[in-house]
Design a protein around this ligand. Structure first.
Ligand SMILES: [Zn+2]
Ligand SMILES: [Zn+2]
Length: 142
């Protein structure tokens, strides 16, 4: 078995590890991801909860639950976005902000999602499928 994949927040208070990623990762352009990450989109990858562990700083996490009942978990010291969960996803899955990983990971984003909410200054130069909303919804590009 390979070593776990490690991630941490900006200030280093929170550390976590992942044994194995689920195969799908995506760039999410929804307005909530944009605001929470302060970026044109968030890149998130799914992980089975049994393959995810907080190593340090679990007491320093804060959670924000939005009106649509999705929950974002972040470091209360530095604000780094770390995890995302949705009541509409499988209960045993959590999504991880890939930007928080400290090394290489074995997943590559395979889609842009919620592109209907993309900022007008976002210019995409890759050939990944772009979905208006979640993966599998209407395609923006062909
Ligand atoms: Zn932090
Ligand atoms: Zn989003």
């Amino acid at each position: 078995m390979t070593d776990p994949y490690r991630g941490s927040c900006l200030c280093g208070t929170v550390k976590f590890e992942i044994d194995e990623f689920l195969p799908q990762a995506a760039h999410c352009h929804c307005s909530m991801c944009r605001k929470f990450h302060g970026a044109s989109y968030a890149t998130i990858a799914g992980v089975h909860r049994s393959n995810f562990r907080w190593l340090e700083g679990a007491d320093e996490l804060k959670r924000y639950t939005a009106e649509n009942a999705t929950t974002r978990t972040f470091c209360r010291h530095c604000g780094s976005s770390l995890a995302f969960s949705s009541p509409r996803a499988a209960e045993e899955e959590v999504e991880i902000a890939l930007g928080a990983m400290d090394g290489d990971v074995p997943v590559v984003p395979s889609a842009h999602i919620f592109v209907s909410s993309a900022a007008n200054w976002t210019v995409l130069h890759d050939d990944l499928p772009q979905y208006e909303e979640k993966r599998g919804s209407a395609r923006v590009n062909t």
